[in-house]
Design a binder for this molecule. Structure first.
Ligand code: CTP
Length: 433
């Protein structure tokens, strides 16, 4: 008996889906159809799937060609399905040509010609592409160009820099369509502006972009002035645009799971959160404020925004420059510490100590897919591991697209009030330091 398998999202079931399922069945004696789960779709960048998983399964069943329907839930499942179900042929549409050749070690792979002029994307009316412009001071990208390719509906089009030569170099290197040093004309034709220039001018660029009705992503912190930040959020709401802060942490599945589990009592009452970070390790070396902002954000997410007291213990070298700092944030029942090595190397780590155990995120905790927990009464470490692709930027971009399609201005991953609390704390640290 020849066993065939094929996969798809099968959203807004259409003739193309019917045809491929029918032809796949004709290639063998038994057909298994894998329908992608909602979370897997989001993970791989299919954000706007309309039909529920149940409805999509029902539609596949209604064709009458599937002998068995399974759910595709994670990357890498195809290999395990092929072995588990003893598959002879994997069938996919010609739009995937070459992409599944690696499975040829396990079974025959057939790419069937797609049915012309129909797709779920088309039926969803998603022809629109959102153009992104980058505001930068340097000709080095930090992933937006590559990462945006993994999120459907995005295209990085142009780059702006005060220094035209920098803009030209960036444009050439990353093969964008245009560059310039005139901010107003740069904004024309863009939907989204990503601001990665130095902190000094960020707020000014953000403000202008919002006033022109653009969605904005900005490196964090957006400003060191709490009042200014409030004003920017207010403006974003007035202009009905999204303003998100690029703190990748809050978009990562591992970190969100860590927060939920911590709030869900995994290690009992939290008494301590320790974030250690070497400035040099953070995104290839960022400023003190940018580095510390991420640690504060982690603490706010874990312990809340109502911290009672902030203290710093900066160590300076002979030349008067920061070498090391230990920042403490006091909460009613817990203490948070941020250990930051400016020129010295500290071991990057995030540790949460609770009354019943401890959670550790080893190494670069601000950018992770992994953490582990040692819980009282359990002699083994519990390990939690999540898919983490690229440098993580795509997860933020995906969330942005969801916000745009839901017509939401405030990000639920990092609320306005949390960003504001973060800048309040940062301001105190800067005054004390
Ligand atoms: N397919 C096809 N002909 C079409 C559309 C899809 O043969 N006109 C095939 C795809 O190649 C794939 C399967 O149907 O093997 C499921 O595709 P899916 O991604 O669910 O459908 P699309 O319409 O391509 O969805 P989207 O537009 O969201 O990418």
């Amino acid at each position: 008996m020849k066993r065939v398998i094929t996969y798809g999202t099968f959203d807004l079931f259409h003739q193309g889906h019917y045809n491929i399922i029918k032809r796949a069945r004709e290639l063998g004696d038994y057909l298994i159809v894998g329908v992608t789960s909602e979370s897997y779709d989001i993970e791989r960048g299919k954000l706007n799937v309309r039909d529920s998983l149940l409805k999509r399964i029902e539609n596949v069943r209604n064709t009458g060609f599937a002998d068995e329907i399974i759910i595709e839930e994670y990357q890498g499942q195809k290999v395990s399905d092929i072995i588990k179900y003893n598959i002879d042929v994997l069938v996919v549409g010609s739009d995937w040509r070459g992409k599944f050749d690696y499975l040829k070690n396990y079974c025959d792979v057939q790419y069937l010609e797609r049915t012309k002029n129909i797709s779920s994307t088309q039926l969803r009316g998603e022809g629109t592409i959102f153009n992104i412009g980058v505001v930068t001071d340097e000709a080095r990208d930090n992933g937006i160009v590559v990462e945006s390719k993994y999120v459907s509906g995005l295209h990085v089009e142009s780059v702006y820099s005060e220094d035209k030569e920098t803009a030209r170099l960036f444009c050439e290197k990353y093969e964008l369509d245009s560059y310039g040093n005139d901010f107003d004309s740069f904004l024309e034709g863009l939907n989204i502006v990503y601001i990665k220039s130095s902190l000094k001018k960020r707020a000014e660029y953000i403000e202008k972009a919002i006033e022109h009705g653009k969605y904005v992503i900005s490196d964090s912190p957006m400003t060191l002035h709490p009042d200014k930040l409030k004003e920017l959020f207010k403006k974003a709401v007035e202009h009905n645009v999204v303003l998100v802060e690029k703190i990748m942490l809050v978009y990562l599945r591992a970190f969100n799971q860590l927060v939920w589990l911590t709030h869900g009592d995994l290690v009992g009452n939290v008494v301590s959160v320790k974030c250690a970070i070497s400035q040099d390790d953070f995104e290839g070396g960022k400023s003190f404020n940018e580095t510390v902002a991420h640690a504060i954000c982690a603490i706010i997410k874990l312990l809340g925004k109502d911290c009672l007291e902030v203290n710093t213990n900066a160590v300076k070298g002979e030349d008067g420059h920061f070498v090391y700092d230990m920042i403490t944030m006091k909460y009613p029942q817990a203490l948070a510490t941020i250990e930051i090595g400016t020129t010295v190397d500290v071991e990057d780590e995030l540790v949460i100590i609770g009354s019943k155990g401890r959670i550790t995120v080893p190494n670069d905790w601000w950018n992770t897919g992994y953490f582990e927990a040692k819980v009282e009464g359990n002699e083994f470490l519990k390990r939690f591991s999540f898919n983490f692709e690229g440098n993580g930027f795509r997860y933020l971009l995906q969330e942005l697209m969801i916000m745009i399609s839901d017509q939401r201005t405030e990000c639920t991953r990092l609320f306005y009030e949390e960003s504001e609390a973060l800048v309040d704390i940062l301001k105190i640290i800067n005054q004390r330091g």
